[in-house]
Design a protein around this ligand. Structure first.
Ligand code: A3P
Length: 362
């Protein structure tokens, strides 16, 4: 009996040991596989660390819910792509996900640079010129997320962006962002590191351009002079939106409450016409991109009176912007123009000071 009792004890001990060893092995192999996954992620990330894009790190989605303002955090961790791409446990098992992780599959990203204004400043021209750059992908039409569609959430916004590969910048332009009071706070909430581009143009010419656009769509439209001044007086009607937009300093002051000046680039609408390469070079530098867009992309179309493109993403033949860009303006009484210039002068001066750039408007 005695040896038999002893062998039972040994058997129980061996069983318990086996269970412990099995548990340890399962636990260890799980940790090991996690380590391998992380290692792979790190490798793919370091491969992606294109130097000029390090500063343009994408924001990362923590949780996105349509119809609600989503929790959103600027990416602090390794991957500049969506967290869903890298943090799922089974990522490494899916070939598609792995390719996506490594940036070999295009995926839609939230923009990291915005053209926020101004309406009629030359925003379309700037965007079309920038699209010549292989590292820039931009939404074709104005998205109006931060002013009209904000409640739809970041997922909605991201779906409106073109797919990008790693190393490409996602952009969009909506000129009303610059003048809409809620926008700066919302942009900051999404990405405090957002690059902000503002194309500005002489506010008087801009107002006339704005008026010309509205007039082209309406059969009956009062004269510009009748809308710009109160009851035929010399007093400027500052509540008239085309004039309000031109007080750039007011709008900039609001944006500067949320973003440092270093995150802005001011593009001269006048220079964009006279010397597009110079302005585009400034934008490429600002975005940390190689200077790819140059003289060879443009020609001056004498009939239109504007720089046009020799070829673009969409068309391989020389072409200009649409008919509604670069329209001829109606005759405006020079006295009215002068009065408006006088009105804008102090605001322009303050704007130059704040922006750190003199645009040379009269
Ligand atoms: P006008 O049509 O009044 O001349 P936006 O795209 O922001 O609405 O700005 C439109 C303005 O862009 C046009 O106003 C035009 O002056 C300017 N612009 C700048 N570069 C241009 C280009 N290459 N072709 C056409 N318009 C251009």
């Amino acid at each position: 009996m005695e040896p038999c009792k002893g062998s039972w004890k040994v058997l129980i001990f061996v069983c318990v040991l086996a269970v412990y060893l099995w548990m340890f092995f399962v636990d260890y192999s799980h940790t090991l596989s996690q380590r391998i996954t992380l290692q792979r992620t790190r490798i793919s990330v370091s491969a992606r660390n294109v130097p000029h894009l390090q500063s343009l790190e994408q924001p990362k989605l923590e949780e996105v819910s349509d119809g609600a303002v989503s929790r959103f955090a600027k990416s602090q961790s390794a991957s500049p792509r969506n967290s869903s791409d890298t943090l799922k446990g089974n990522v490494s098992t899916s070939k598609y996900q792995t390719l996506k992780q490594q940036g070999l599959m295009p995926s839609r990203q939230l923009p990291t640079a915005l053209i926020i204004g101004v309406k009629k400043g030359g925003t379309r021209a700037l965007l079309e010129f920038l699209r010549l750059h292989p590292a820039i992908r931009a939404a074709g039409s104005e998205v109006h997320f931060f002013d009209h569609h904000y409640v739809k959430g970041f997922r909605w916004y991201r779906r409106r962006m073109p797919p990008t590969m790693v190393g490409q910048i996602t952009m969009e332009k909506t000129p009303s962002y610059f003048v809409t009071s809620e926008v700066p706070k919302r942009v900051k909430h999404m990405n405090p590191g957002m690059r902000l581009i503002v194309v500005v143009r002489d506010p008087v010419t801009r107002a006339i351009s704005d008026y010309t656009q509205v007039k082209s769509k309406r059969v009956k439209m009062p004269r510009f002079e009748d809308l710009a001044f109160l009851n035929g007086s010399r007093i400027v009607d500052t509540s008239w939106v085309p004039l309000k937009i031109g007080v750039y300093v007011r709008h900039l002051e609001r944006w500067l409450q949320y973003f440092p000046l270093s995150q802005f680039l001011f593009v001269s609408g006048e220079r964009l016409i006279a010397d597009p390469v110079m302005e585009i070079t400034r934008v490429q530098d600002f975005l940390g991109l190689k200077r790819v867009i140059c003289e060879k992309h443009f020609y001056f179309n004498a009939t239109k009176g504007f720089p046009c493109l020799l070829k673009s993403e969409e068309r391989a033949t020389p072409h200009c912007l649409g008919k509604n860009k670069g329209r001829s303006h109606p005759y405006i009484d020079p006295m009215a123009v002068q009065r408006l210039r006088d009105f804008y002068r102090p605001f322009n001066q303050r704007f130059y000071q704040l922006a750190g750039m003199d645009f040379g408007w009269f």
